[in-house]
Design a protein around this ligand. Sequence first.
Ligand code: XBP
Ligand code: MG
Length: 254
Amino acid sequence: MKTKLKALLFDVDGTLADTERDGHRIAFNAAFDEYGIGWHWDADLYGKLLAVTGGKERMQFYAAEFLHNENLPDSFEQLVPELHAAKTRHYTELLSTGAIPLRPGIERLLNEARNENLRLAIATTTTPDNVTALLENTLGSASPGWFDVIAAGDIVPAKKPASDIYDYALNEMKLAPDECLAFEDSHNGILASMGAGIPTIITVNGYTRDHDFNEALLVLDALGEPDQPFTALQGKTNNHTYVDCALLKLLHSQ
Ligand code: XBP
Ligand code: MG
């Protein structure tokens, strides 16, 4: 017999909100300006840099793959954590202005899941402060407490596509992967969630629309709302037009 659906695990960047192009990227550039290092990541270049998750790792990837580690700022390796701390400060300041809204259907689904006693968790590569800032500025100051575990950033040594962050969240919640569903937006994300054995629903965004989501339970353009139906790109939607707990339970039981 199939196990009961007990928990929903959410990625943050690209899934809860479109944070990358107009959030993280802007904050990286502000940090680069603050330190006068002459780097600027435009929206296209940033899409390529998303191949690597984690802000510190992304800066190192850029230096190695795009600059061939030439003409780097002095003491670059030591500077990376400092630049990253500045970037986090710029990012959380930006979020505090309400610059980045949640994606359609996120708030509705979180509320519905809480009413139905489904447990919630976060599994992300981003810095914990960034998660709290997004949740508090969009859902109110109590909202981080809605999640049993906020698994984020350097809490595990290997970031996505490694499954470590999902393994960590499952372990903290004492749940088996087949008691959960994960929500992701990227190829690295689904490698991590499916690597932990969790069936995964994808909502794509501008940066991830063409990624390989072969293994996904469902691929959508968004979770949708009653008056704003999703478009299904892959998988069976059973005549539903937006993602609610009834659809999730049905998908989980199949
Ligand atoms: C998110 C990321 C993060 C952010 C930057 O990946 O790649 O690295 O871009 O966050 P995912 P930090 O959505 O797959 O978890 O700078 O705080 O590391
Ligand atoms: Mg993501």
